[in-house]
Ligand binder design. Sequence first.
Ligand SMILES: Nc1ncnc2c1ncn2[C@@H]1O[C@H](COP(=O)(O)OP(=O)(O)O)[C@@H](O)[C@H]1O
Ligand SMILES: [Mg+2]
Length: 501
Amino acid sequence: MKQSRAIETLQDAFESGRPLIYIHSAEEHRIDRLLRTVAFGCFEPPLTVFEWALTTGLRDAAGSSAAAGLHEPRKLLDFIAEYPGAAVFHLKDFHEPLREDPAVRRRLRDLYELCFDRKKFLVITSAVQFIPEELARNILLLELGLPDAEELQSLLRDETAILRQLGQPVELDDHYLLPLARALQGLTIDEARHAIRRALAHHRMLGSEAIPALLEEKRLVVNRTGLVQYVADGTTLDYVGGLEILKQWLLERRKLFQMRDQLSADIVPKGVLIMGISGCGKSLSVKAIASTFELPLYRIDMTEIFSGRHGPPETAFAQACKILEQISPAVCWFDELEMAVTSSESSGEQGRMFAFFLTWMQEKTRGLFVAATANRIDLLPAEMIRKGRFDEVFFVDLPTDDERVEIFRIHLQRRGVDPSKFDLERLKRFTKGWTGAECEQCVVSALTTAKLEERALTDDDLLNATATIVPLSKTMKEQVDHIREWAFERAVRASPREVVR
Ligand SMILES: Nc1ncnc2c1ncn2[C@@H]1O[C@H](COP(=O)(O)OP(=O)(O)O)[C@@H](O)[C@H]1O
Ligand SMILES: [Mg+2]
């Protein structure tokens, strides 16, 4: 099996020979495991691993006290200096002694020299990042990031093994190891462990049936940050009426995206920008992209980014992008991107956000496909839509006559009504200029009337309902015209042009 990114990071650090390593992380448990894997797996003979905490003193791998009186940080460092063999010393929450005691800081500098190239490593872990200035050159700071699929696969194996040792009849279906790990990606090891245990409480088997439970657990955890939401939605391309050009393009991109590891970077699909009149299926299409690509969908809420609840918008935005990198592979959806323009306090703030976004688009991992949507793309800066940023910029227009027929058909069908029994050709003449959302609203309102009268839906119900809806293209004619005109020369139409008969 491939090595996890975390193991590789640690191994590189050890191989560089630098004896003082600071891991900024609250996941002590995870780091314990990783350090053991590296100490045993990558060194011949294996390195001894010790753990230290202020409360327990120094303990060896078996958990017994290594020597008495080592609770005191300075004594501990003396012990390490004298220790004759090769070893890893995992010092938990050592930022406190570092901060408080100048003698500890001094002693660490001595230790740097004493341990260099002797296979003696001090690994400090702490949820707080505190590296004193005089040690900045000596200490190697590491961020491990969230566990990747490899690390999660070994967690799945270990957890099932542990539970079986405890006498629980649990099983792991090896065929599903990777999909299970992918379902957990984006969680910390602790969160993943909880998710596994919760899933096992329902089924005894970690296989295909456990995946929805794991995804649900992830949805709860990821949504807690408020910046990025996991969208659980089964919309497929069959639910999208019309937009044939966009659909065709997506099917081609799917193929390329799935081959992403074999392709050169400029061919791997990066993302798509879908703009257009509101209610015509932009959000719907993005949900369908995720199911077409068979990837989870995460939505970045621009309103939340600008709410101030997560610090300045630029910081919040950068943080959201960082979360996304860690849950790759995924489709990430930046919804209503123009919010960045309408909510910014200054044009400087706006400019910095977009600049960051565009750079990130170029540099992000291959596993992320960006789907951005905007109602008012004309408000966005010109560089957003310049060729090469997104793979394509699509304009979703008001649906054509034929597309509306298809949309009516889809929505009748979704509500258990057989569309072949209705005169949709007649209906389309009364719904010119309507959005998809308005067609849907018409179906809902006609069905409501029929239900109230306790009878089946008729053509007349649908026709009567058309009279009650005033379409956006009438109430906001100017804005709609403006968007259409603007998009005409700057974006690719998502649908073929209307055939005038
Ligand atoms: N092309 C379409 N095909 C089927 N349903 C549509 C279409 N366009 C809009 N709808 C219906 O209208 C709803 C709102 O559309 P949405 O995708 O949210 O619009 P927006 O373009 O504003 O994101 C959808 O959930 C769907 O039910
Ligand atoms: Mg939308």
